[in-house]
Design a protein. Structure first.
Length: 280
């Protein structure tokens, strides 16, 4: 029995390291054990400093409010969720729109989708987003890409006074914001103080704010708040977010869009529904 427990804990550590964060319910389903068993395993692993136990799950050790994982480290996490979110978010963009895309791996996936939408003007502080639009031929479809200047961060963002000044002079139809974390108390947050100022300027430049965030961002808090939950006109997340947490968000944002991944998450809404809750 002890060996089986250790094998189970090894799997948990591998999942946390690969994904950055996991929920108790997901681990219980994956391992075929009870939530209580998983919580006991997390207690053991937390005492060994192999994971950090948080409300409802666990995160990789050291992922605290000021730690900013690099773009490469984040790009492989929650791939199905980010692709589903990107597909749902792309439906909100009409040809000819002026669009802002913040830095981040979810907005990077969204850029892959938007490359096919004609005649966009895309403003971004993300080197990776700009590269996607260029390599996928967006300019050949009449799209103009505007890249802010600034100082480069580990998340491939350009930040600082130069980026802020450029964004403050613009007026955009819609801004898509990727975030490090979100909670009811702290709102949408980032672990990078300088990136917060740039993201805030991007938010202020848009007539409509769409936040794109997979379910693992719920309950995570970065050191600096970019915007309150209620400032989001639309929040696009995935069906891995527990229904109780979806209910909290429906009460805060104008519209909640839940992208269906088909992965059978325990927090899933109605399969294939695409949208839940909120007024439009």
């Amino acid at each position: 029995m002890s060996l089986l427990a250790e094998q189970r804990r090894d799997v948990i550590v591998e999942q946390v390291r690969a994904r950055g964060a996991v929920r108790v319910s997901e681990l219980a389903e994956h391992l075929g054990v009870s939530d209580m068993t998983v919580r006991r395993d997390l207690d053991v692993l937390a005492r060994r400093r192999l994971v950090d136990k948080v409300h409802g799950g666990a995160t990789a050790v050291g992922e605290h409010s000021t730690e900013e994982p690099g773009f490469t480290a984040k790009v492989t996490r929650e791939l199905d969720e980010k692709d589903a979110i990107a597909a749902a978010a792309a439906e909100l963009v009409e040809p000819g729109a002026a669009v802002g895309l913040s830095a981040g791996t979810t907005t990077w996936r969204l850029a892959h989708r938007l490359a096919a939408t004609p005649r966009l003007t895309v403003v971004t502080n993300s080197l990776a987003v700009a590269d996607v639009l260029h390599t996928r031929g967006a300019q050949g479809r009449g799209t103009t890409v505007i890249l802010t200047g600034g100082v480069r961060t580990p998340s491939e963002a350009l930040v600082g006074p130069v980026a802020v000044a450029a964004l403050r002079s613009l007026n955009l139809d819609v801004v898509f914001l990727g975030v490090h974390g979100m909670t009811a108390a702290a709102g949408f947050t980032t672990p990078n103080l300088t990136e917060r100022d740039t993201n805030r300027a991007l938010v202020d430049a848009g007539q409509q704010l769409v936040v794109v965030a997979d379910h693992t961002k719920w309950g995570t808090v970065g050191i600096s708040t970019i915007a309150e939950l209620g400032e989001a006109d639309v929040l696009v997340t995935d069906d891995g977010l527990a229904e109780v947490d979806q209910a909290v968000l429906r009460g805060e944002v104008d519209r909640l869009v839940v992208a269906h991944t088909g992965s059978g998450h325990p927090g899933s809404g109605q399969p294939g529904s695409g949208h839940t809750g909120g007024s439009t």
